[in-house]
Design a protein around this ligand. Structure first.
Ligand code: UN1
Length: 498
C-alpha cells in the first residue's frame, strides 16, 4: 500500500503536468495532520485555459464516436477501478478520514456507476412522436452539450466524480474535473484510471486548485458549456448566479437538513440502527446525513435512552483501524464550524446529552476528531434545527402526531433526503406523498442512495435537476427535435391539416 506522499499533477490533453506557476499545495491526513498524503498543483486561470482548449479540440471528434464505443472505455475504467478498489480505499481513508468499510463503499459506488453508464451507451434512448401531418416523421434525439466542468466535493472523492464524469462522457461530452482541495490524491488515482482505460487526449482533463480560483475560472470561462457542482449552498449560489449571467447550463447539488421520523408504532431497534448510521456514518459529513430525529412523544424517552447507550460505544479513530466507527472531520475549519454550532445550540437552549466536544483521547490529538453529539430539547426554530452542520451532530425534536412529524420534517429550507419509521402502510404512503424532499426512505436511514436511481433535492438543495440514474441524461444532453418530411411538397403545420 502506498504510504509515501504522492505528487499529484494536472492532467491536460493526455499529459500529466504541473501548474504553469509550479505552485503547489498540500493534502494531509485529517486523522493525523503530521502525515503528508500528497502535494498537488495550485492552478490558476492559465491552467484552466489550457484544459478548456484541450477539451474543446477533443470534443470535435469525441462527440462523433458512437455511444457504444464511448461506453466500452467506461466499462474498462470500471474494471480497472474494481482491480484497484483496495488500494484506492486505503488512500481515501488516509486522505479523507472515513473508515475502510466506507471508503470501500465509496469506490464500489464508482464501479457500479461505471457499469451502469457503460450500459447506457447502448440505450441513450430518444423518442418518436407522431406528426400531425401525413408523410412526415418526428423524433427527439439526445445530443451532447459540449465541454463540461465538474466541480466535486471531498466527502465522496471517488463516487461523486464518477456520478458526473461517467454519464457526461457516455453522452459525448468532454470534461474538466476540478476535485476538492482536500482530496486531490483520490482524484488523481481516478484520472489515472481514465488514462489507462484509453480515453483520447483532451476528453478527460483534471485541474487541481485550492482557494476557489480554479472553480471561479471554470464557471466564468466562455469555452465551457455546462457546470455540474456538488458542494455547499453558499458556493452553489455563487456558481448559479454566474451561470445565470453567462447563460451556462448548470446542475447544482447542495445542502440538506435531513430528518428521520420515528413513530410510536415503529420497530425501535431498526430505527435505532438507522439513526446511528444516518447521523454518524461518514462523521455526519454527507449531504444526506440525518441531522434531525423527529420522535413521537410516546417513544421519545425510550428511544433516546437506546440511542445514548449505543452512541457512547461508538469508537472514534483513524479510518484504517478496523475498530474505528467514526473517523475525523475533514479539516480544522470544519471542526471549528461544528464546535461553533454546539455553542449556538447551548445559547439557544438546547441540551447536549452526549458529546459536544473534540476527541479527547491521546491517540486523537493530531486529528480533527469530534465526538458524536446528541442535542435534546431542540425546537424547529433553532438554528441547529435549520442549518446544515455537516458533522456528527443530531438534534432530537419531539412531536405529538404523524401530521406534526411531517410538518416539522418539511419545515426547512432544504429538501434532499428523509426517512420515516412506521409499521403502518397508510402512513408510509402518506409520507411518500407529503414529504417535500427528493428522496424518501421508509424504514431505512436517510443515507445510502444507489447510483441507478435519481438523486437530488427540492427547495434550496438544488436547482431542479437530478443526478444519477437515467435522470442525469437530461443534464448532460440537449434534446434535438427532428422532423423529416418525405411528402415532397411544402406541408404547413397547424394549417394544411385542418
Ligand atoms: C453526498 O452526501 O454528498 O446517499 C452524497 C448517500 C450516498 C451519496 C451521498 N450514496 O449516502
Amino acid at each position: 500500500m502506498q504510504t509515501s506522499p504522492l505528487t499529484c499533477l494536472n492532467y491536460i490533453d493526455g499529459q500529466w503536468i504541473p501548474a504553469q506557476t509550479k505552485d503547489t499545495a498540500e493534502s494531509r491526513n485529517p486523522a493525523d495532520w503530521r502525515e503528508l498524503v500528497a502535494t498537488f498543483p495550485r492552478s490558476t486561470d492559465s491552467d484552466v485555459d489550457a484544459a478548456v482548449d484541450a477539451a474543446r479540440r477533443a470534443y470535435k471528434t469525441w462527440r462523433l464516436v458512437p455511444a457504444p464505443a464511448r461506453a466500452e472505455l467506461i466499462h474498462r475504467a470500471g474494471e480497472l477501478l474494481s482491480h484497484k478498489k483496495e488500494e484506492i480505499a486505503y488512500l481515501m481513508s488516509r486522505e479523507m478520514g472515513k473508515p475502510l468499510s466506507e471508503t470501500r463503499g465509496d469506490v464500489q459506488e464508482g464501479i457500479d456507476c461505471a457499469f451502469y453508464y457503460a450500459g447506457e451507451g447502448r440505450r441513450l434512448f430518444g423518442v418518436t412522436t407522431p406528426s400531425e401531418l401525413n408523410n412526415k416523421f418526428a423524433m427527439s434525439v439526445r445530443m451532447p452539450v459540449g465541454v463540461c466542468a465538474l466541480i466535486t466535493p471531498w466527502n465522496f472523492p471517488i463516487a461523486i466524480p464518477c456520478w458526473k464524469v461517467m454519464p457526461a462522457l457516455v453522452c459525448g461530452n468532454t470534461i474538466i474535473l476540478k476535485p476538492a482541495k482536500d482530496t486531490p490524491a483520490c482524484a488523481t488515482l481516478l484520472v489515472e484510471i481514465f488514462h489507462e482505460a484509453g480515453f483520447p487526449p483532451g476528453v478527460v482533463n483534471l485541474v487541481h486548485g485550492s482557494g476557489g480560483e480554479v472553480g471561479r475560472a471554470l464557471v466564468n470561462h466562455p469555452g465551457i458549456d455546462l457546470i455540474s457542482f456538488t458542494g455547499s449552498s453558499k458556493s452553489g449560489a455563487e456558481v448559479g448566479e454566474i451561470c445565470g449571467r453567462t447563460h451556462k447550463r448548470v446542475c447544482l447539488e447542495m445542502g440538506g437538513k435531513n430528518a428521520q421520523v420515528v413513530m410510536e408504532d415503529a420497530d425501535l431497534e431498526l430505527a435505532l440502527e438507522g439513526a446511528l448510521w444516518g447521523a454518524f456514518g461518514t462523521t455526519g459529513q454527507r449531504c444526506t446525513a440525518t441531522s434531525r430525529l423527529i420522535l413521537h412523544r410516546e417513544i421519545k424517552a425510550k428511544f433516546t435512552d437506546m440511542l445514548l447507550e449505543k452512541t457512547a460505544k461508538l469508537r472514534l479513530g483513524h479510518g484504517i483501524e478496523p475498530k474505528t466507527d467514526v473517523g475525523p472531520l475533514i479539516n480544522s475549519s470544519q471542526r471549528e464550524r461544528v464546535r461553533r454550532y454546539i455553542e449556538i445550540a447551548r445559547e439557544e437552549g438546547a441540551r447536549v446529552l452526549i458529546g459536544g466536544d473534540i476527541g479527547k483521547e491521546e491517540e486523537l490529538q493530531y486529528g480533527y476528531f469530534f465526538q458524536p453529539t446528541i442535542l435534546d430539547e431542540v425546537t424547529p426554530q433553532m438554528r441547529v434545527a435549520r442549518e446544515e452542520i455537516f458533522g456528527p451532530v443530531v438534534s432530537l425534536i419531539e412531536v405529538n402526531s404523524f401530521e406534526e412529524a411531517i410538518a416539522v420534517l418539511n419545515d426547512t429550507p432544504y429538501g434532499l433526503s428523509s426517512s420515516v419509521y412506521t409499521r403502518d402502510v397508510n402512513r408510509a404512503f402518506q409520507a411518500m406523498r407529503d414529504i417535500e424532499a427528493g428522496i424518501t426512505y421508509i424504514n431505512g436511514p436517510t443515507i445510502g442512495a444507489e447510483v441507478h436511481l435519481p438523486f437530488g433535492g427540492v427547495k434550496q438543495t438544488g436547482n431542479g435537476h437530478r443526478e444519477a440514474g437515467s435522470a442525469v441524461l437530461d443534464v448532460f444532453t440537449e434534446w434535438k427535435t427532428v422532423y423529416v418530411d418525405f411528402s415532397g411538397r411544402l406541408q404547413r403545420a397547424q394549417i394544411d391539416n385542418r
